[in-house]
Unconditional design. Sequence first.
Length: 96
Amino acid sequence: MKPTSSLQNTFCRRLKQARLVKGFSQKGLGIAAGIEEFSASARINRYEVGVHQPDLLTLQLLAKALEIPAAYFLAEDDQLAEMILRFAEEVSGNVQ
C-alpha cells in the first residue's frame, strides 16, 4: 500500500465529516454526486479511507451534493477550512 499525504488524510477526514453532518450514507452521497448506484457506496468508502482520490470533477460534484465549496476539502489548515465554510454560508445567506 502506498503512503498517504497529510493533505489526502485531511481530505478523507473532511469528506466523511461533511457527509455525516449532512446525514448522507456513503451510497446516498455517491448517488447525489452522480455516481452509479451500483458502485456509489464502495467509491465513497474508498475516498474516505484514502484508497482512491477523486478527480477534480468528482470532487466538485461531491462538494455540490454536500452544499459546500470544493476548496474546503483542499485547505491545508483546519482553521482556513472553517473560514471557507463560514464565508460560503454568509454569501449564500445560510448563516447559522
